[in-house]
Ligand binder design. Structure first.
Ligand code: PMP
Length: 422
C-alpha cells in the first residue's frame, strides 16, 4: 500500500482476488442466464428520477388519489382482528375469499370464473414467469405483438424461448400477420407454444384489439393448437368507462388470463392473479409452490378487505378520470409541438402513447441528448426481442402532472427537431 492513501488500487491482491472469483462465478452460471440482461428501461431509472427531468419513461401508477388514512386503519384492524392468519403461511393457490372476489371482478369483463381456477400471484409478472416456466423449453416459439411488454420479453428470454413478433395497427394485433407468423414458424420446423397478447390499452402500443378481431384471433390460435396468454392489467382503465370482452370470455378452454391489482389499487402490494383451464392451473400451483410457497397472505387479505370495505369501483373511476386528463394533456401537447413527420397512437385507456419519429432518427442514440434537455422516455428497441423499434419511443402519461407532461413534450419536441436538423 502506498504512503499516500489507504485505497487499494486495481493491482492489489484484494482486487485481483475479487476479479478472479467473479470470473469463476460467471463461468458457473446456467446457460439460461445469458438471456437475463438489464432492461433498457431499468437502466434509465436513475437519470429519469432526477427532479429536473420530466420522466415520460416509467410506468408507475399514480397513487395520490388513494385514501391512505382509511387503508391504514383497515390494515391495523386486520392485524388486530386476524393477525394469526394474516401473518401466517397460506396456500399456493391464494386466499379463498380473495379468489371469490376476483371471480366477481372477472364477471365485469364477461368472464364466468370459478374460484378453483384462479391462482393468486405476486403481481402478474410472477404469472408471466410461471406460465413460461411450465410451457417453454429452450427454442420454443412465443408469438407476441411487436412491440410488446418489456417484462414479458424478460420472462421469455429467461426461459430461452424465441419471440416472434406479430405486427399491430391502430386496431391491435393484425390477424393476417398472425397467420403469416404461424406459417413462417412452422416452415422452420419450430413449435409455437403460445400467443402472448395485451388486448386492451396496450403497453407500450397504446392501442386496443378491435372487438371484431377478437374472435378471429382466437379462431386462428385454436385452429393451430396455440394457447393464448391474455395479459390485461389495464382492462378497467378505459377512459370512457368502457370494458371490452375478454378473450377468456370468448374461449375459456384455450385462454390463460392474467389480472392484477397493480393499476387499479396498489402496485406495491404485488397482488395479481392467473385464471387458467383447470389442468393448467394445477400445474401452475405446483410451479408457484416451488418458487414462493405461497403469495403473501397479509397483502392478499389487505386487498380482500379493501374490496369489501371501500368503494373500489368509485376509486377506479377517479383513477380513470385522472389518467384521462393526463392523456389529454399529452395528446394536446404532441399535436401542438411535435415536428412534421412524427406520428403517435391515441389510447382510449391505460398509460401509454407510442410515438414513431421520422426516418433517420435513432431514439436510443437521442436519449442522452433528451436527458440534457431534461426529458426522458423509453426508447423503442427495448420493446422488441429483435431490436426493431429504433425510430419509436414509449411515452407514459400516468405519473407526471398534466403541467409537467406538457412541459416534457415541449422539451422532447425541441430535442427531436434538433435531431432532425443534425
Ligand atoms: N403486464 C403488463 C402489460 C404490464 O404493463 C405490467 C406492469 N407494467 C405487468 C404485466 C406486471 O404488472 P404487475 O406484476 O405489477 O401485476
Amino acid at each position: 500500500m502506498s504512503d499516500h492513501g489507504s485505497q487499494p488500487n486495481d493491482s492489489t491482491p484484494d482486487k485481483q482476488g475479487a476479479a478472479r472469483s467473479l470470473d469463476a462465478h460467471v463461468e458457473r452460471y446456467a446457460q439460461r442466464t445469458a438471456g437475463m440482461t438489464a432492461s433498457e428501461i431499468r437502466a434509465l431509472f436513475a437519470v429519469a428520477s432526477r427532479p429536473e427531468v420530466v420522466s415520460l419513461a416509467g410506468g408507475m401508477p399514480n397513487l395520490a388519489a388513494l385514501p391512505l388514512d382509511s387503508i391504514a386503519g383497515e390494515v391495523a384492524g386486520l392485524i388486530s382482528a386476524d393477525g394469526q392468519s394474516a401473518l401466517q403461511y397460506g396456500s399456493a393457490h391464494g386466499v379463498p375469499e380473495l379468489r371469490e372476489q376476483i371471480c366477481d371482478i372477472m364477471a365485469m369483463e364477461g368472464i364466468n370464473a370459478h374460484p378453483d381456477d384462479v391462482m393468486v400471484t405476486v403481481g402478474s409478472q410472477m404469472a408471466l414467469d410461471m406460465v413460461t416456466r411450465i410451457f417453454c423449453d429452450p427454442g420454443d416459439v412465443v408469438l407476441a405483438e411487436g412491440p410488446s411488454y418489456v417484462g414479458a420479453l424478460g420472462s421469455f428470454a429467461a426461459y430461452q424461448a424465441d419471440v416472434v413478433h406479430v405486427a399491430m395497427d391502430d386496431e391491435g394485433l393484425q390477424p393476417e400477420a398472425l397467420r403469416q407468423a404461424i406459417s413462417d414458424v412452422s416452415a422452420q420446423g419450430k413449435r409455437v407454444k403460445f400467443l402472448y397478447t395485451i388486448p386492451n390499452f396496450h403497453n407500450p402500443g397504446g392501442v386496443t384489439l378491435a372487438v371484431d378481431r377478437r374472435a378471429e384471433v382466437l379462431e386462428i390460435c385454436a385452429q393451430h393448437g396455440i394457447l393464448v396468454l391474455e395479459d390485461n392489467p389495464y382492462g378497467l382503465l378505459g377512459f370512457d368507462g368502457q370494458t371490452y370482452p375478454a378473450l377468456r370470455s370468448l374461449d375459456p378452454d384455450n385462454v390463460v388470463y392474467l389480472g392484477s391489482f397493480s393499476k387499479t389499487f396498489a402496485s406495491g402490494l404485488r397482488v395479481g392473479w392467473v385464471l387458467a383451464p383447470h389442468a393448467v392451473r394445477e400445474k401452475l400451483v405446483l410451479a408457484a409452490e416451488s418458487a414462493t410457497l405461497c403469495p403473501p397472505t397479509l397483502n392478499q387479505m389487505i386487498v380482500s378487505r379493501y374490496l369489501t370495505s371501500h368503494d373500489w369501483q368509485g376509486q377506479i373511476k377517479v383513477f380513470r378520470e385522472q389518467y384521462r386528463e393526463r392523456r389529454d394533456a399529452m395528446l394536446g401537447a404532441l399535436e401542438q409541438h411535435m415536428p412534421e413527420g412524427c406520428s403517435w397512437t391515441r389510447p382510449d385507456g391505460g398509460f401509454y402513447v407510442w410515438l414513431t419519429a421520422p426516418d433517420g432518427v435513432d431514439t436510443k442514440a437521442m436519449l442522452p441528448r433528451a436527458v440534457t434537455q431534461r426529458v426522458a422516455y423509453a426508447s423503442g428497441t427495448g420493446f422488441y426481442a429483435d431490436r426493431l423499434g429504433s425510430r419509436q419511443m414509449r411515452l407514459s402519461f400516468c405519473y407526471p402532472t398534466p403541467e409537467r407532461i406538457r412541459e416534457g413534450v415541449r422539451r422532447l419536441a425541441n430535442t427531436l427537431t434538433d435531431e432532425m436538423e443534425l
